[in-house]
Ligand binder design. Structure first.
Ligand SMILES: [Zn+2]
Length: 396
């Protein structure tokens, strides 16, 4: 096994799962275990200014010529499946047959037809009990692989590099403590995607909706013209939302109910609101306020509170304003004989928020797939190729 894959496996074995129910920064102290290892390895690779700040974010800089290029990947892993005791395993030269992870779980082409593209590759898989964490430790290992190569080849002229390994990306808190001042980059890339020929410079606009309803509780026998049932009002509110704009029917943008609870006196529900198109999201907001007003008009003694909070924005607007990183990625891929494809992320990345903060940051792939679960895998060949792509991007 080569050094780059060994490096990935070393990182994958360290549990760095984020926890959305924690209020500490980072959300789990264990993320710092990988952070500390990365600082040590960065220093060994010659980036002796590497450090981890009080939030658990690792920064490092490497001198070069020209614009400063930022490279980012995230330390934490997803919350859906455990990241404890990860046991990565190599399936050499995969022939497309079922990969038995354990007694219960297998990876099959039937379930994951897109894996036809990695037949013949060496795959790193899990033992079926955990996720792999290639999201995003493959991204970290790619960036470290690039730095290692530069150390072995001091003759290569390259841009100055600003490295940031962030925490809590998976629970949307990554960019909150990220510092443009510490980063000092002109533009950047997150290495946090799937296919290595993909460049993502568009993602959802995202909001969170919360609706709290206070009804009027009296004995139902005395309820005439008085009793207002908060659960019933909740049902009316939800039913008035456009059904055709839910994930079952729509994938360009939707509202998706995430929780609903309460009693006849008080109820609340939450939904996520997503759309590539900001205007359509705003139309949905207007519709939501209209529903509130209509219900409030019908039941003036009820209290209906609607709160819509911003989560992240589509980065397209910002990426369009500074085409340098996208142009550089396209040129690098073409030079290596790879045809770039532009895909949109139906979700968010730290880069979306960095872009809004002023650091334009499109997303690149890692060669991994089936993220956030036990079927996650990394193609060794695609991973290695991605190191070449990033090297080509940062070359002078
Ligand atoms: Zn990720």
């Amino acid at each position: 096994m080569n050094k780059n894959i060994e490096r990935f496996i070393r990182y994958a074995k360290i549990d760095t799962q984020a926890d959305e129910n924690s209020s500490t920064i980072p959300s789990t102290e264990k993320q710092k275990n990988l952070g500390r290892l990365l600082v040590k390895e960065l220093i060994e690779l010659g980036l002796d200014n590497a450090y981890m700040d009080e939030y658990g974010i690792v920064y490092a800089h490497l001198a070069g010529e020209g614009e400063v290029i930022g490279l980012n990947a995230h330390i934490d892993t997803a919350t859906e499946v455990s990241g404890e005791n990860v046991k990565p395993r190599l399936v050499a030269n995969w022939d497309g047959s079922d990969i038995i992870l354990n007694d219960e779980y297998s990876i099959t082409l039937k379930q994951f037809p897109h894996m036809e593209q990695v037949i013949g590759h060496d795959l790193i898989v899990t033992d079926g009990n955990t996720l792999l964490g290639a999201d995003d430790k493959a991204g970290i290992a790619i960036i470290m692989g690039v730095l290692d190569y530069l150390k072995q080849h001091p003759e290569i002229k390259h841009h100055p590099l600003a490295i940031a390994f962030t925490v809590d990306e998976e629970i949307g808190r990554g960019p909150k403590y990220f510092s443009l001042e510490k980063m000092q980059a002109d533009y950047a890339y997150t290495v946090d995607g799937g296919p290595i020929n993909h460049i993502n410079c568009e993602n959802f606009n995202a909001q969170q909706l919360t609706v709290q309803i206070a009804g009027v509780a009296v004995h139902p026998g005395e309820g005439i013209n008085t009793l207002i049932n908060a659960l019933q009002l909740q049902a009316q509110f939800i039913n008035a939302l456009p059904e055709k704009e839910t994930p079952f029917y729509a994938d360009e943008g939707y509202w998706h109910l995430t929780t609903a609870s309460g009693s006849s006196e008080k109820s609340q529900f939450s939904a996520i609101l997503r759309n590539f198109d900001r205007e359509k999201l705003e139309q949905l907001n207007t519709k939501i306020y209209e529903i509130r007003d209509q219900l409030a008009h019908k039941y003036p003694t009820a209290k209906i509170e609607v709160s819509i909070t911003e989560q992240y924005k589509n980065m397209k607007k910002y990426v369009d304003q500074d085409p340098r990183p996208v142009n550089k990625a396209v040129a690098a891929m073409k030079k290596l004989g790879i045809k770039p494809v532009f895909t949109r992320i139906k979700g968010g990345t730290d880069g979306a928020t960095f872009s809004k903060m002023g650091l334009v940051t499109p997303n690149l792939g890692t060669g991994s797939a089936n993220h956030h679960g036990r079927f996650e895998f990394l193609s060794v060949q695609l991973f290695e190729k991605m190191i070449d792509i990033v090297l080509e991007i940062i070359k002078k």
